[in-house]
Each structure stands twice: as structure tokens, then as C-alpha cells.
Design a protein around this ligand. Structure first.
Ligand SMILES: [Zn+2]
Length: 339
């Protein structure tokens, strides 16, 4: 039977599972459900019982056909699995059906030995390495209530929004999504590490909730504004319109024909250009104004060349390269908040 896959922040995903003591028909039904459910999701290489709300120590793994696994175990059910040996360590990208919006870089052993039971209760010993070891460890983590976000070294650097298919997204859109994911985590009252970065996000979320703002997207927008502008948002003024505006500002930074500023404001913009996060917001704000015919749009007409010159600066790569640098700097700034 195909079962519903629980999605974070369902509490069961954070709850440890109990060892199986009875090897009977109920266990066989659970194993069949795991297999049926996993097969519903193309390219799924593993599923833990806790992900379908069955709080028993049972996982299903199947790396058949995966390009990184030349000699796979094939479809395997591990009951009461236990890692008895582990060797090496490497970082790799992981996804999870229970965290559908993200992928994350996680450091894990390269080769492991696992002891478990099969469906009849017979002892089973498997030795796996590389990607397949990663899959087995990921699923065993689920049985302990551990998700990939608990395993990342840095929420700022190691968590990535999933591509939703339609072409390459702008750095700004990616940033908004990353903020939204983090805001959802804070919003759900979950802490994923003990960093000031999380504290900061929770503080913003808490203040907004006091003002009746409960929408994760708005919380994300406010937090983002707070980070890049380095000034707190007026919580009482946060509205859907505000969320839309911040979203527009940030996504606008990848538009190619953003406006320039006149020479009279060159110094001011040179100062802003020294603060990458400020550039993202300030330039984006102006782009959004021009693109949407906003109230300030008229002011920017004819200022293109001077502005372009400021940002082209030392790099002939132009705006894309500038945004890439801004993005890297912002990542570094976020990482700085964590340390
Ligand atoms: Zn998972």
C-alpha cells in the first residue's frame, strides 16, 4: 500500500523509532508499504519507516540503476540496522522526501558495515561504500529522528533550494527561497544548530509573530531585509505588500537592463558598492522601480551609463559577475553571523 510520506515539521520525523521484536505479518506489511511508497517517487534510493509514520526501526534501500553505484545491493529491507564499523569521511549532496524543498551537503563515512535482521529475523551483515553507504546512513539517521539539516556544518553554506525545473533562477530568487526555508524552520519552533544565525532568524520571527505576522514567506522577507540592510524592519509595518516588494527587489537583481545612476550620486553609490548586500537591495530597488513603472522610475531615466561604470568597475564581466561576487560576499557575511 502506498502511504503518505511525512514532511518536516511533522514531529514524528524527529522521534526515535523502536526496535522490532516480532518478525511476523505486520512487519511484512510494513516492508511492502515502504517498497510501494518508495516506488511512487522516481529516483528514490531509500525510505525509512518513520517517514511513513511507522515508528519501527526498519529501512528500505535500493540503489539499483544509480550511476554512482556500480555494484548495488538491490532492493533491501534492513530491520534494526546498526552501524558496526565505519571508515573515512567525505561530503556529498543529499536530498530527502521529507524535506522536499532543499538539498544539503552532508559529511559521512565512506565505507560502513551494518548488522541488521531480515524480515524473518535472520542476522544480516552488509558492507557498503560510497553513495550506497551514504544512503544507508541517511535512512538509519531517520530511525533516530535525525534529518540532513541536523547534519550540515552550516545552514548558510550547506543548504540549497531545490531547482524547480524552469531554467536557471536568479541569485536573488535563490536567496529568497533559502531565507524562506530557514524561516519555516524557525517558525516551526525547531532549532537546527546552536548558532547566532538561527537566533537572529528566531528573533525576527518572534517579533513578527507578536505583531500577528505568521506567514513564513513574510518572515523570510523581513529577515532577509534585516540581514542585507542591517537595520531591523518595522514589525508593525510588515504586510503582504512588503513581502512582495522585498521579493521583487531581490529577484530583480538578475535583470540585465538595470538602470544607472548619474555622476552626481556617484560617490554615494561608490560607498554603497563597498557593501555588497546593500548593492543587492539598493540596485534591485531601482531596477524594480524602473521595470514596474514605480514612482521613482522617472528619476533614473538617463542615468544608466554612470551607474554601469561604477559597477563594471575593475571587472569587465559586467553585472553577472558582480552579482556572483555579491552572492559570495553575502554567503560569507551569513557565515560570519554564524561564527
Ligand atoms: Zn530522508
Amino acid at each position: 500500500m502506498i502511504r503518505e510520506v511525512l514532511v518536516y515539521p511533522d514531529r514524528r520525523l524527529k522521534t526515535p523509532a523502536a526496535p522490532v521484536a516480532t518478525f511476523g505479518p505486520a512487519l511484512r506489511r510494513l516492508a511492502a508499504d515502504l517498497l510501494d511508497t518508495a516506488r511512487e517517487y522516481p529516483r528514490t534510493v531509500g525510505l525509512a519507516a518513520t517517514q511513513i509514520g511507522a515508528m519501527w526501526r526498519v529501512v528500505f534501500v535500493d540503489c539499483t540503476g544509480h550511476p554512482k553505484v556500480p555494484d548495488p545491493l538491490g532492493p533491501t529491507i534492513l530491520v534494526n540496522p546498526r552501524v558496526v564499523a565505519a571508515d573515512g569521511a567525505e561530503t556529498g549532496r543529499e536530498g530527502c522526501l521529507s524535506l522536499p524543498d532543499i538539498t544539503a551537503d552532508v559529511r559521512r563515512p565512506v565505507a560502513i558495515t551494518v548488522e541488521a535482521r531480515d524480515l524473518d529475523g535472520r542476522p544480516l551483515r552488509v558492507e557498503v561504500e560510497g553513495f550506497e553507504a551514504r544512503v544507508v546512513l541517511h535512512e538509519i539517521d531517520h530511525l533516530d529522528g535525525v534529518l540532513i539539516l541536523d547534519r550540515v556544518a552550516s545552514l548558510a553554506r550547506d543548504v540549497f533550494p531545490r531547482r524547480s525545473g524552469r531554467g536557471k533562477r536568479s541569485p536573488g530568487a535563490v536567496l529568497v527561497e533559502r531565507a524562506a526555508t530557514l524561516a519555516r524552520l524557525a517558525h516551526a519552533g525547531q532549532r537546527y544548530n546552536e548558532s547566532p544565525y538561527t537566533d537572529h532568524l528566531e528573533a525576527v520571527a518572534g517579533t513578527l509573530r507578536e505583531h500577528g505576522v505568521d506567514d513564513p514567506e513574510l518572515i523570510a522577507a523581513a529577515w532577509l531585509h534585516d540581514v542585507v540592510e542591517d537595520t531591523p524592519v518595522d514589525a508593525s509595518a510588515v504586510s503582504e505588500e512588503f513581502g512582495a516588494r522585498v521579493g521583487a527587489i531581490v529577484s530583480a537583481v538578475s535583470l540585465p537592463d538595470w538602470p544607472d545612476q548619474d555622476a552626481a550620486r556617484r560617490d554615494s553609490w561608490t560607498r554603497i558598492a563597498a557593501t555588497p548586500a546593500a548593492v543587492v537591495v539598493k540596485l534591485g530597488d531601482r531596477v524594480a522601480n524602473v521595470r514596474t513603472g514605480g514612482p521613482k522610475a522617472r528619476k533614473y531615466v538617463g542615468q544608466q551609463e554612470a551607474f554601469r561604470a561604477i559597477l563594471a568597475g575593475a571587472d569587465a564581466g559586467g553585472f553577472d559577475a558582480q552579482v556572483a561576487r555579491l552572492w559570495a560576499s553575502l554567503d560569507a557575511a551569513l557565515a560570519g553571523l554564524e561564527s
